[in-house]
Design a protein around this ligand. Structure first.
Ligand SMILES: O=C(O)C(=O)C[C@]1(C(=O)O)C=C[C@@H](O)C=C1
Length: 364
């Protein structure tokens, strides 16, 4: 390519950037107008609802449907995710609590779902995220709920039994773990590997093969593991990209998770109900009386009505010995007539039924 051609292309890029800049500013002004309209049409004492997950899902889906390349659909949606995040920040900067410290996968999930134009607060434990939302100190919380290799995150499920929360979104992240060391680490003298218990479990086979005699130390998060390694010469951490970059660690081995499709699902919790989008999921908690066939009775209405169950989890109910509650996720919105009828049918047999929320299926 000649210098001349390169110069001409850069002139074209400059001119396109100017147009993009103008269009984004136009869009941002529209968002300011939206905020004005939302505030003007309120009844006495009513609070405006700026964040609209159902609208955001529709915007991102439309972008993906209309995209003709060469950028991929996900790439394009990510760009629009950030534009919308900044537009919403003009209306109201969202405050988000997540399972910290900084650098956790939960923080990455929060950014994937809400974009970067939010005020985010790391919390030391899952229960603290729930409490922060319940106290109204933040608009939403982000917590992990299940991993494709290790299963349910029981702290999250148990927290739903203790707090009244509305689930308003979900996000899935591919989880890649790396073995990380600091600049002072003597890599042939590693005697200890830190990580969160779930991550150690997700890399069990790799550790058995490569570091069979090294002590595995479970700490409160992967980011905490990365932080500890920074100051020690004989230890390594298992953590992801965010923690590696945040603490300036080197990847001694990359993508060491046992299953290549290792993914974690996260939930957005708040107290705002989300209207139907036509492509939703619902999460419920049900407790049944402790009698033979109770689980069968619970599942039959879903089967008979062709409702797609995406997950079922059992936890001790905490209200009696050997009594259980079922966490069930399925496709549909609790306001859909069919789902409404099924939930009514179940509640006639159940000891208790609580809808935790209906929310758009993850777009990104
Ligand atoms: O459509 C709205 O209600 C808006 O507030 C605008 C907008 C956007 O930028 O598209 C911003 C925030 C909402 O969460 C959804 C969409």
């Amino acid at each position: 390519m000649s210098e001349q051609e390169l110069k001409a292309l850069r002139v074209r890029i400059d001119s396109l950037d100017e147009k993009i800049l103008e269009l984004i500013s136009d869009r941002a002004r529209c968002a300011e107008e939206v905020a004005r309209v939302k505030t003007a049409s309120l009844a006495e004492g009513e609070k405006p609802v700026f964040y609209r997950p159902e609208r955001e899902a529709a915007v991102l889906k439309r972008v993906m449907e209309r995209n003709k390349g060469p950028l991929g659909n996900e790439e394009m949606a990510r760009l629009f995710r950030e534009i919308m995040s900044s537009c919403l920040a003009l209306e109201e900067p969202l405050k988000i609590a997540y399972l910290g410290p900084e650098g956790t996968f939960t923080q990455a999930a929060a950014m994937k779902h809400f974009g970067h134009a939010v005020i985010s607060r790391p919390m030391a434990a899952i229960d603290e995220v729930f409490r922060e939302v319940a106290a109204g100190a933040v608009n939403f919380g982000v917590v992990p709920v299940e991993n494709s290799t290790e299963g349910a995150v029981s702290h999250t499920l148990d927290s739903f039994l203790e707090h009244d929360m509305v689930i308003c979104g979900e996000v899935e992240l591919r989880i890649h773990h790396h073995l990380l060391v600091g600049e002072n680490t003597k890599t042939d003298s590693i005697t200890r590997i830190y990580s969160h218990a779930q991550s150690l479990a997700q890399c069990r086979k790799w550790l058995d093969a490569h570091y069979p005699n090294v002590e595995r130390v479970a700490v409160s998060s992967n980011a905490e593991a990365a932080k500890r390694v920074k100051g020690e010469w004989n230890s390594a951490a298992i953590a992801g990209d965010m923690a590696a970059n945040l603490y300036g660690l080197t990847r001694l081995a990359e993508k060491i998770e046992d299953r290549p499709d290792n993914s974690t699902r996260f939930l957005m919790i708040g107290n705002q109900e989300v209207p139907p989008t036509g492509d939703d999921k619902t999460s419920i908690i049900v407790s049944m009386s402790n009698k033979p066939g109770a689980l069968h009775e619970l599942l039959v209405p879903f089967h008979e009505n062709g409702i797609d169950l995406t997950r079922i989890e059992t936890r001790p109910s905490r209200s009696g010995k050997w009594t259980y509650v079922f966490f069930i996720d399925f496709v549909g919105h609790h306001r859909d007539p069919l789902i409404k009828a099924v939930l009514e049918q179940i509640s006639q047999e159940a000891v208790a039924l609580k809808v935790l929320g209906s929310y758009p299926k993850a777009v990104l």
